[in-house]
Design a protein around this ligand. Structure first.
Ligand SMILES: *[C@@H]1O[C@H](CO)[C@@H](O)[C@H](O)[C@H]1NC(C)=O
Ligand SMILES: *[C@@H]1O[C@H](CO)[C@@H](O)[C@H](O)[C@H]1NC(C)=O
Ligand SMILES: *[C@@H]1O[C@H](CO)[C@@H](O)[C@H](O)[C@H]1NC(C)=O
Ligand SMILES: *[C@@H]1O[C@H](CO)[C@@H](O)[C@H](O)[C@H]1NC(C)=O
Ligand SMILES: *[C@@H]1O[C@H](CO)[C@@H](O)[C@H](O)[C@H]1NC(C)=O
Ligand SMILES: *[C@@H]1O[C@H](CO)[C@@H](O)[C@H](O)[C@H]1NC(C)=O
Ligand SMILES: *[C@@H]1O[C@H](CO)[C@@H](O)[C@H](O)[C@H]1NC(C)=O
Ligand SMILES: CC(=O)N[C@H]1CO[C@H](CO)[C@@H](O)[C@@H]1O
Length: 882
């Protein structure tokens, strides 16, 4: 048989196998017997030996395994099963540093490991209630060279959240659901397919508590949720080892499991204050005049633009670390960056990993420097592996290579040099799955580059190199495997074969690892290298790096945008679930979706609604595709107004959100919360993914249908306040219909029980915003009290020497604002507004002194008491009503 035919035939057979393996056949596998069980303190070890005749479903069953269980903290059990006879691929510690173990005694632990010996099955249960959280009972473990299976029983209608990246509902259907983890350039983010990033973690919520399970494994996998023969969750993994972290979570506070997950994957990086400002981007800005024009037009429309971005258009023939000399000449681009910086605005550019492969062009030095340092990923025969990306034929940096950090950092220092190059404020990295346009078998990438017209020639005329810009400046104001290309168990990769549209799985890293194992880490490793390069450019300052492909733990380094979506209502709605996955579960809080949609054609009303929803994404960026019509906010009057209204709310809340982000960086508390995080006993909240909390207390409930001005929202049994009127609304645990929701507004409620710190007004830049006075809004809860906190620092240094940390609390008619005021804010507390106040009090004392009546106003309709305080915000403050 011809070689390729044989391969095809084998591939076909393997697909059929994967598709047709009867779950019952897997459950009939022999499993393992546990022997030689030893316990010492919080550690248990055992030998596992195959318990019967091998079933060899996707290869030969390993005969001997080793089990090790560690009670690492009182809330975390680490369970590891490896091949007893030889070492297998495990994620290198350099990429994923393991959390340290406190080696606690099982007696003090809130979850317990339990097991049977023959066959070996295990369960994890809650110590307090003995409730079983994870159990492999009646599902034997299968461990073959390229197929690992672990399956747990779940309660009926289990509430499972996480795994990813995916475009499914936040509350995962348990009915016949396959979640595939294999980084993929997934244009259009089709529902039910594997997307860019890989986060093998889930949280399960019950009215009795919330726990989490993380499988530390970077190999391709299918996670299956099924309702046939009881509800179950099954891991089908094509390599690596079984390396589980079980997180106890808590019986009352769902956010606890998020904090425990952060202990395993790392706390999210703190970002600079400015990064919460508005970002504008598109693919298809034609030249520098176009880019400058967008900046001017935002200014002219009075919409606060914080950061201007440019996609690959700026590059010379789409080669990284170049500018097109005619369309985006360096001197004019530098003028734009200088202009932005002199107006307290910022600039960000796209950098892809793939380096144009043009050995005969001595002028393209980024290629040659990489070649000299030998940092390119290698094909099996040892030559540099070539792929096809935007510039045509390319090579990929190997992020495991010992010289790669030097290479990448130097290219950044050189091209982004503030004196001679482009002084960017953040970095945007893309195509790092890594993406490859070459169709398998990809035996002639040069030919395919021609067929695909890569890089495409520019069709628009070049601009006048001296064209004036910024005229309307209103701002001046390694292991041998049988088949590494087509393993016997074919995961449900939407791109087909594992190597399709990416690097070949048999390519080899400098440390000997193959892409088969390390593929899912590529984008994360590029992220880490890029952050290091950015920190080298501006030592000591926080940076912003936004990536497409991710792996567990990457939030400690970078942020993420949700990829190439479409201007569809479905994607507008989905963006909330996508964001909740990253911000709430995966510990990647700096996340957002392309506002108004990346591809396709947005409508005025969709873009208006999306501008308002996007104001509550942690990362707020309008971005679209070169083939789509422009969608900057100033294009339509309705969108301009919608954007202004929502950005006004966001900017006034920016210190509240910055405080939430600081908290996330400190202990892993999520910056966004699904409703069930706040109402864990209210089962009505479990499926909700069209409403969410921005920070702890701002409930966002967008309109979700085209053309509609109404929306049915759920209000739990609690007190809420209309953010605009500040009037109280009693939630009763039922649906409330909101009507006449204008296209320029978005329903926002304050959850009772909070003292919110707000800036009294918004501003055109975040720098200006920081000069505005504060006001406190006291929104009491059902028990009549309220509390909150506020953290302020210089907004950009990694190490802070002066910080203002304030706690606000209200009870029995008295608001106390107490803390340390080391960071000089230079602003006042202008006023305090007390909500749900029926009658004006007789007296109001500020710091113990009576306040004149002219400074007190009571709005009986909305029950708001407005107290003009006007004191410097540099010491403790009390406001007493009597
Ligand atoms: C592996 O190790 C076990 C005992 O640790 C032994 O019984 C077995 O024969 C070894 N060899 C292979 C190929 O599994
Ligand atoms: C622990 O496992 C044993 C053996 O299967 C079982 O009898 C016992 O009920 C389990 N304990 C808990 C709390 O699940
Ligand atoms: C399960 O889902 C797959 C893929 O979507 C589909 O082909 C299959 O028919 C479904 N099976 C059942 C029992 O619904
Ligand atoms: C600048 O203003 C002029 C005159 O008002 C107008 O024709 C032009 O389109 C504006 N340019 C930009 C980039 O806004
Ligand atoms: C690193 O780069 C140097 C050239 O500067 C080269 O001699 C060396 O071989 C490279 N290291 C590796 C491991 O390729
Ligand atoms: C290695 O293989 C690639 C194709 O996979 C081929 O283009 C290249 O010429 C080979 N290099 C050597 C040194 O054989
Ligand atoms: C909030 O108050 C504003 C101003 O009174 C009103 O227009 C809006 O409809 C109210 N929103 C909700 C959700 O009740
Ligand atoms: C959910 C959804 O509509 N996905 C679509 C996104 O766009 C791609 C490509 O245009 C479609 O294939 C998906 O169905």
């Amino acid at each position: 048989m011809h070689w390729t035919l044989l391969t095809l035939w084998l591939r076909l057979v393997s697909y059929i196998c994967a598709a047709n393996v009867d779950p019952a056949a897997l459950d009939a596998c022999p499993g393992y017997n546990a022997q030689n069980v030893k316990t010492e303190g919080g550690t248990l070890t055992a030998d596992l030996t195959l318990a019967g005749e091998a079933c060899n479903v996707f290869g030969e069953d390993l005969v001997a395994l080793s089990l090790r269980v560690d009670y690492e903290t009182k809330d975390r059990i680490h369970l590891k099963i490896v091949d007893a006879n030889s070492s297998r691929y495990e994620i290198p510690d350099s990429v994923f540093p393991r959390p340290s173990s406190q080696a606690v005694s099982p007696d003090s632990a809130s979850i317990q490991f339990n097991f049977t010996t023959s066959p070996f099955t295990f369960s994890i249960y809650r110590s307090s209630s003995q409730e079983v959280l994870f159990s492999t009972a009646s599902h034997p473990i299968i461990f073959e060279p390229q197929y690992l299976r672990v399956k747990t029983n779940l309660p009926d209608n289990a509430n499972i959240y996480g795994f990813g990246e995916h475009t499914n509902p936040f509350h995962l259907p348990t009915d016949n659901m396959t979640l595939t983890l294999w980084s993929r350039d997934s244009f259009g983010i089709p529902t039910g397919t594997n997307l860019y990033g890989n986060h093998p973690v889930y949280f399960e919520h019950r009215t009795t508590g919330t726990h989490g399970v993380f499988l530390l494994n970077s190999n391709g996998m299918d996670v299956k949720l099924s309702n046939t023969a009881g509800t179950s969750l099954e891991y089908n993994v094509i390599g690596g080892i079984m390396d589980f972290y079980f997180l106890a979570g808590s019986e009352s506070d769902p956010a606890e499991v998020a904090r425990q997950y952060a202990e395993v994957v790392g706390l999210p990086a703190e970002v600079a204050y400015w990064t919460f400002g508005l970002h504008q981007c598109r693919f298809g800005y034609k030249d520098f005049v176009d880019v400058a024009g967008v900046v001017s037009k935002y200014a002219a429309a009075g919409i606060p633009l914080e950061t201007m971005w440019t996609d690959i258009d700026y590059m010379d023939r789409r080669r990284i670390f170049t500018v097109d000399p005619q369309y985006f000449p360096m001197n004019r681009m530098r003028e734009i960056v200088d202009f932005l910086h002199s107006h307290d605005q910022r600039f960000i550019l796209m950098t892809d990993p793939a380096v144009a492969f043009i050995p005969d062009d001595p002028d393209y030095t980024p290629y040659h420097r990489g070649k000299d340092l030998n940092i390119y990923l290698k094909a099996v025969n040892g030559s540099d592996f070539v792929a096809l990306v935007w510039p045509g034929v390319t090579v990929y940096p190997d992020w495991f290579h010992p010289n790669v950090t030097e290479y990448w950092t130097n290219e950044f220092l050189d091209f982004y040099d503030p004196e001679t190059g482009l002084d960017i404020d953040g970095a945007w990295i893309d195509m790092n799955e890594p993406a490859n346009f070459c169709n398998l078998p990809c035996d002639d990438p040069f030919q395919q580059a021609k067929e695909q017209n890569l890089p495409p020639p520019r069709t628009n005329p070049a601009p006048d190199p001296n064209a004036p810009i910024f005229q309307n400046d209103s701002l001046s104001q390694l292991r041998k495997r049988d088949d590494i290309l087509n393993p016997p168990y074919a995961i449900n990769n939407a791109a087909g074969a594992l190597s399709s549209k990416t690097s070949m799985t048999n390519t080899v890293h400098a440390n000997g690892l193959q892409e088969y194992d390390a593929h899912n880490l590529y984008g994360s490793m590029m992220s880490i290298a890029t952050r290091a390069a950015m920190l080298a450019r501006r030592p000591g300052k926080r940076t912003l790096v936004i990536t497409r492909s991710t792996f567990a733990g990457i939030g400690a380094h970078v942020g993420k945008w949700l990829g190439d979506n479409v201007s569809l209502w479905e994607h507008y709605r989905f963006s909330i679930a996508g964001m909740l996955n990253f911000a709430t579960i995966f510990q990647v809080p700096m996340v957002g979706s392309d506002i108004c949609g990346f591809s396709g054609e947005t409508t005025e009303t969709l873009c208006a609604r999306w501008a308002t929803l996007g104001a509550f994404y942690p990362f707020m960026r309008n971005h679209n595709q070169d083939t789509s019509p422009s969608q900057e906010y100033y294009i339509w009057p309705l969108v301009t107004q919608a954007a202004k209204n929502a950005i006004d709310i966001r900017y006034r809340l920016m210190d509240y959100f910055y405080t939430a982000f600081h908290q996330a960086h400190t202990d892993g508390t999520p910056v966004l919360h699904p409703l069930w995080f706040k109402y864990p006993k209210d089962a009505n909240t479990f499926p909700l993914d069209l409403q969410f909390f921005f920070g702890d207390s701002i409930l966002v409930s967008p309109v979700t249908e085209e053309g509609s001005t109404s929306v049915d929202i759920y209000l739990p049994d609690d007190i809420f306040y209309n953010f605009t009127s500040l009037a109280p609304i009693e939630g009763t645990g039922s649906t409330v219909s909101l009507t006449n929701v204008d296209f320029t507004t978005i329903p926002v409620h304050i959850k009772g029980g909070v003292v919110l710190p707000l800036r009294v007004e918004s501003a055109m830049t975040t720098t200006e915003l920081r000069t505005k006075d504060f006001e406190f809004v006291v929104a009491t809860g059902q028990d009549g009290t309220a509390s909150g906190s506020l953290y302020i620092d210089d907004g950009e240094s990694i190490e802070q020497s002066q910080m203002t940390t304030v706690d606000m609390s209200f009870k029995e008619g008295k608001l106390d604002v107490k803390g340390t005021f080391d960071f000089p804010t230079g602003v006042n507390v202008a006023r305090v507004r007390f909500l749900n106040v029926e009658k004006a009090p007789k007296k109001v004392k500020v710091n113990g002194k009576n306040l004149g009546h002219s400074r007190i106003e009571h709005d009986a309709t909305n029950k708001v008491l407005d107290v003009i305080v006007d004191v410097a915000f540099d010491k403790d403050l009390s406001v007493e009503l009597s």
